[in-house]
Design a protein around this ligand. Sequence first.
Ligand SMILES: [Mn+2]
Length: 377
Amino acid sequence: MRLPNRADLWGGYWPFQGINTFAHLESHNCLLEPEQHYDIAVIGVPFDTATSYRPGARFGPRAIRTASQRQTSLRGFNQRAMMNPYQNWAKIVDCGDIPVTPMDNELAFKQMTMAFEELIYRRDANSTLAPPRYVALGGDHSVLLPHLRALHSIYGPLNVIHFDAHLDTWTPEGYPSYWHSDQSELNHGSMLWKANQEGLTSTHNIHAGLRTKLSGVEDYISDDEQHFERIYADDIWVEGVKYVIDKILDTVPKDTPTYLSVDIDVLDPGFGSGTGTQEPGGWLPRELLYVLRAIDGLNIVGADVVEVSPAFDNAEITATNGAQVAYEIITSMVKKGKTDDLVKNNTPQTTAKMTNHQFINEEETISKKGIKRYEEI
Ligand SMILES: [Mn+2]
């Protein structure tokens, strides 16, 4: 019998031990390590200064990582999908967080857009064409916008499947203030409107779980103009879960680039109090998880789980649901396989775009203020 080595003795953590990376995945600061290759990654976006009500989602990535600790590759078999996403073809890592400023939203959006471009212009470990896919952990919901901008430059317009109590297609004028600036248009209830304005979204988008109070029916008219179908929170028990699934699958064309966004406030406050703008009468976690599994044939090229705000959470319930949603989305991405056939813009084009971002003095990028200096040409 051989003697035990160090790994035998000290390499095995119980789920509640070790540093909290998502699901105990291998972790890298991917923005600092361009040589890292992977197929799917979790990336934290700790930003919440576009929040219109209760702030605090900047702590969402930490809370979701902590709540994900019972996920391990050893016992990661997803019984709903009959596969273990962590022991399959895809290399999955935790990319850490995007360091976003909480002081200046204009700068924050520049940072997030650059970071997502930097991450998405890479090629995944199993492809020379397709970029890695990211499940972004918010952060407030506005972090969707930089993610969509970067994905759009690779895939063209994306279908958006939007699980949320709220529309998030509101025009910035709908907010109760006389005051306006370009920056005030970027809030966590207008980012889908902004995405539509920028041509990032396709004509095949859908909300699910809606029950927000409205300015009036004009909100739906505007939503229609932005090419969104709507599934209301009550539909899942009045019409049934099959109606919900069929409506999503009838709206979103299979095998086209699709973005999946889960605002945790789609859940009832009983299961998701840890969020900024809770709305009574929401979905059960089992309903959301069932619907997510039922649409896993769609081609999800990017996703987020946003608006987890742990200061309002009880007993990690919201964060645990957020971690489970991320696990289900990762499972769907692995199950669907590679996305090479969806890449519209070829590699030279995206490489050309990358060269627009020139770091000054590659070896000496740290300025006196301790930030990376950056120049757009
Ligand atoms: Mn939202």
